[in-house]
Design a protein around this ligand. Sequence first.
Ligand code: GLY
Ligand code: MN
Ligand code: MN
Length: 439
Amino acid sequence: MIAGNEFKQRRKRLTRRMKKNSVAILPSAEVAVRNRDVEWPYRQHSDFHYLTGFDEPEAVAVLAPGRPEGEFILFCREFDATKAIWTGKHAGLEGAVDNHGADQACPVGRLAELLPGLLENRERVYYPVGASAELDGQIRHAINEIRAKSRSGTQAPTEFIVIDKLLHEHRLFKSEAELALIRRAAEISAQAHVRAMRFCRPGIHEYEIEAEFLHEITRHGLRAQAYPAIVAGGNNACVLHYTGNSDVLRDGDLLLIDAGAECDSYAADITRTYPVNGHFSEPQRLLYELVLAAQLAAIDTIKPGKRWNDPHDTAVKVLTKGLVELGLLKGKVGKLIKDEAYKPYYMHRTGHWLGMDVHDVGEYRDDDGEWRKLEPGMVMTVEPGLYIDAACDDVDPQWRGIGIRIEDDVVVTESGCEILTGAVPKAVADIEALMGESR
Ligand code: GLY
Ligand code: MN
Ligand code: MN
C-alpha cells in the first residue's frame, strides 16, 4: 500500500517542478466495454493513480498551485446509494476529501462549467495533450469561454504543455513503498513460475500452464496480470507476443512462459524457458546456455553510471560471439555486430523500464541524446533471447523451432543491482532438478 502522504508528496513534487502560474489536469482511465453491458475489469490510468491513488473512473484531477480554496480539486462521481447496492463502494465527494486527500471535490458533471474559472489568469496548462478527445474538447471550450470575456481583463492560458515528460521522470525513480509492491509482484510471480515449471509435462495444453500461473498469483490476492501471459510451446516461442496459449505441449519441445502479476498497480515481468519433458536436448542446451550467458553478462553491467544501452550491447556481444561458435553466424564478431547480423535471431531489445506499466514510462536518452545513465531506484528488465523459427531453412535443422528468452527484473542500487526475480531457477541443472522432482 502506498500511504496517502506519498501521493500528496508526489503532487507537491510535480507542482514544484511546473513553471510558475500553471495548472495541471489529468483524467482517469475510461471504463472499457467488453461486450454489450459487460465491462473489462477497471484499471486506473497509471499517471492518474500515481498522483491520486484514486481508482475510480469518471474522475479528473486538477492541481492549481496557490489557489486559496484548495490546490487539489478532484472531480468525481457523486455518491449514489442505488449504485452502491448494484456495483459497490465509491468514494463520492465526501470520500474524495476525507479519504483521498482532495482539498475540494466537485461532481464530474460540473467540470465544463467550473474549468474556465480554474484556468483563467493562469499562463499555462499541463495535461496529456491529445490523449483524450473529451478532455481536449473540454479544455478548448474553457479557453474559448475565457477568451470571450477578455474585455473584462481575464487572461486565457497561452501555453499547453504535455504533462508526460515531467511526470514520467518522477515515475522512473521508485520509492521504497513502490519497490515493496514491485518486490511482492516479483516474489509471487516467481512462485507462480515455479509452480508452472513443476506442473509442465508433455501432452498438456499451454493454457494449463497459464492456469497454474493464474492459480498461484490469484490465491495470493494478486487478481490481475501485468500483461497477457505468453505460454508458448516449441515454435510458438518464435512469435514474440504469442498469446493464443492453446496448443498441446510436445515431448522434446521447449516451453517459453512470459508472465507477471500486478500488485496494487505495480508489475512483475518474468520469462523462463525450459524443456517440456524436463531434459534439454543438446542443441536446446547449447542455445539456452548462450542466452543465459548473455543475460548474466548483461545483468553484470548494471550499476550507477553505466548507460541504459550497456546491458543490451553486452548481450548482443555475447550472443553474436556464441552464434559464431555454434556455426549459426559466419564472419568476424565485430563486423557481424556492426551489420546487426544477429537480428534475424535476436530482434528485440534487452529490456525496458518496469513499474506501474510493464513497459514503464521514462526517457531512455538524456537531453544530449545519449543513452541515459543508470541511477539507483530505476527498475528494469533484462531479457535477451534467441528465436530460430522452424521456417529458417538456411540454418542447420537441429536449431530450428527453438525460441528462448530469459527475463528477470532488477532494481539499480547504489553499488550495482538487485535481482527481484531470482527465485525461479534458470541454470540448466537447477531447472532439470526441479522438474525431475515432480516426475
Ligand atoms: N512481457 C512483455 C515483455 O517482456 O516485454
Ligand atoms: Mn519484459
Ligand atoms: Mn516479459
